[in-house]
Design a protein around this ligand. Sequence first.
Ligand SMILES: [Zn+2]
Ligand SMILES: [Zn+2]
Length: 472
Amino acid sequence: MYVMNNISPIQFIQFSLLEGKQWEEYGVCEVSKPNTHGIGDLTNTVYDERMGVLEVNKECYTCGYDSSVCPGHLGYIKLATPIFNIKLIPIIQHILKCICIECGTLRIPGDFAMLKGLKNLSMARRLKSLIKLCMKTKTCSKCKNILPTGMDKEGVKCIYKTSSGIQIVTKTPSEILALFEKLDPKTIKLLGFNHKLAPNPAFQTKVALTENKTYIEHRHYNSLAAFIFTVLPVIPPFARTWVIRNGIKSDDDLTEKYNAIVKINQKFADKNITEFARGEAIRKLEEHISTLIDNHNETSAGMNRTHRGLADRIQGKGNRMQENVMAKRSDFSARTVLASGGPGIRFGEIGVPREMTKILTVKLRVTYRNYESVCKMMERGEIKSLWRWNPIQNKMSYKGLATDSIKKKVGVRVNDTIERSLANGDWVLLNRQPTLRRESMVGCKVVIIEESVFRIPLAITAPLGADFDGAL
Ligand SMILES: [Zn+2]
Ligand SMILES: [Zn+2]
């Protein structure tokens, strides 16, 4: 539950990557000191309380709410040296195949590219078709510089094929950042990126959005400089709380990573740092940032446990997307294995486990006709929640039914809305994936059974495409 009064309704959503200075604007504090377990002075550490608080009785410094309401706020680490965003290296390689490495001009004239049909392609497909056209060019038309003949698959390395052999030149993030910053908007547009926020009236005025709905075009804003981290965002402590592992309080993997990054970052402040030590520090910083984002290649966090990066928490089974965001967690629904009904289930009925009926509910308005049966339900403890009209607030307000004494005090009145447990004879909708046609969803009458499977009559297996081999 996130309640804030100063939030206006969403007008539109644009997906984009943020640049360093934008991260700084969004961030509430800079993280520049390491800290473990959130003990001691927390200012400018990974547990800074401006990003949100972990304890229940404390207030967030930024929004003033406690941990149950505060959504958490982003912090940021100013990196001593730019670092590639590991996930965007393939795109950086694609771009470098299309432009001059030195001056940033497009390898072929823009008009020529347009004549070759680039205009008709969507922004997303432009870059790929442009590579084919550009890779034929050997020298830059503007600065006469010799262009690389290809890119190495790993990292950002230019390959030059000469008569004396193959030469590989590694490009540093700082060089690429400087190159991207001097690209002119025309080139960026030809490459298939939006340099500025889409030139759409809907994005400027509220009126345009409502009056001319058909004109809203889906576009993304992308600054190429955002492909390289100069400022690293720090997610709130809320999303990476410390845990008690084997009886010892220990930091989350992400917190450990942020601490490691901060520590390496501090090394650059030393002015007498040797060139070798500096190179080593950059390499370590790159490794930590890439494993912070995605740890598919699995570097260990000790104790036979692999460290989990940000991507590892979002994708995959049991993680944020599948577990919390996708549709299987919708209310008033349940899922389990199908089994044959046998002689106990008639056509048009479904056997539902008793365990499920304790959680699944049906909303009901109390009337003079059902008043007595609802009172009996209340006595049996089958009513889960109750809403009653509150004339002062001018809306239905929720009444807790935690204990028997509260239940007695609240009681049941006509015109209340209640949620009762699922009972025999209720109608429910049975759906089996893949839902290919309307027969995949059937209305069934509930029969409560003492098992933990859905029991269905054999007659409806054909329309559902169901069998009893254990799949759901
Ligand atoms: Zn807050
Ligand atoms: Zn050039």
